[in-house]
Design a protein around this ligand. Sequence first.
Ligand code: T4K
Length: 429
Amino acid sequence: MNSQVDKTTLSGLAIAGAPKAFDHILHVGRPNIGNRQRFLDRVNEALDRRWLSNAGRFVTEFERAVEQKLGVRHCVAMCNGTVALEIAIRALGLHGEVIVPSFTFIATAHALQWQEITPVFCDIDPRTHNMAAELVERMITPRTTGIIGVHLWGRPCDVGELETIAQRRGLALLFDASHAFGCSCQHRMIGSFGRAEVFSFHATKCLNTCEGGAVVTNDSDLAGRCRLMKNFGFEGYDRVTHIGTNGKMDELSAAMGLTVLEDFEAIVERNRRSYDHYSALLVGLPGVSPVRYDPAQVQNFQYVVAEIDEAAAGISRNDVLTVLLCENVLGRRYFYPGCHRMEPYKSLFPHAGLLLPETERLVERVLVLPAGDAVTQDEIALICRMIRTCIEQPREVRALLERNSAAIRELRCDMRVPPPPSGEQHADR
Ligand code: T4K
């Protein structure tokens, strides 16, 4: 952290030519690792056993630990959340059309389209960022076979209403619970709602297995089908009874998962401290609203999300993000621009946005901030201080961004996105 520069003043910002606030990049989604020695001991154990995949001891132990934590009968661990979604979709026999939110990570939609099932995008409730249950029924056609709700940021969907609709209309209900490991809904752990729920254990998730995911369900037949499908459909050494793929989790991933699980309460507590600190410092800033979690439910606080309403803040989310990127704060605008505005959906359904006004509004507002292990309390205070400077002097910040746009393209720490062709006003617009 660079304590030499006063980030409360405009001239102290990197966009004005001052040194960056941080000499290293602060990320969203730094992996939680747990006790490194325990992990390494497990890796050595797997190597000693010479058993690295295919229903190994650690994968089995991990599955039982997840079942116990979530109070669900079956956990089928897989190589990642996307494949787990694809397998759950196939094992449920979905086809035709399936209703999903557009405001989600692209994998939710791709898991359907990959199997030539049409994702039908439904708008969200702006208060929860989750699919608006009251709109779902209007999206049902004779081709609809299922609904996939996404518990975004770990905040549960309107599970009760979705279950009622699914039952009334004879549709399968699946949840993408990628963000929601360790969260509860109606005082029950997420994991046993709908026909099945799917978790991602990607490195950036609260429970990390490097790459990993799972289908969890109380339905024994469905779990059995998923188990076959993730192992090519093999029922024995040389008997294939089902179409399948390779969706297996390996032993080293499970070793990481078991290690992180042992530390899970401490991880959530660190996340909660980050979230509380951000919330306390951002609340009351005009146009800035930190996403809230229901205090009656268990949360993992993995995502610290703020909405920036340009009309009230005087500055757009994109401009605030550009200021932060120039200070080495790699905030993210998940899930911009919405699945419906990405390919192949953009070309397949060019007018989808007409039915998604709340999604289109929200994708312009959401800013996800580095949290958890990735940042100290002092670093959070400095990030919030810089956001405050943007909100207090929006016109001046905008003028600086326009005046210094060429230098800003060089300054941004957003390494994955190539800078736009010169001539654009600023990078995110
Ligand atoms: N459904 C939903 C609702 C999801 O959010 C996701 C995944 C899925 C389904 C599919 O699950 P998986 O198949 O991925 O298991 C990231 C993750 O790759 C993705 O898992 C996640 N959602 C999504 C929300 O975020 P990117 O494209 O933003 O990843 P990336 O590489 O930019 O990483 C995010 C940040 O984390 C960066 O600032 C760097 C940092 N990072 C990342 C990795 C991998 C680290 O510090 N260390 C690391 O090892 O998608």
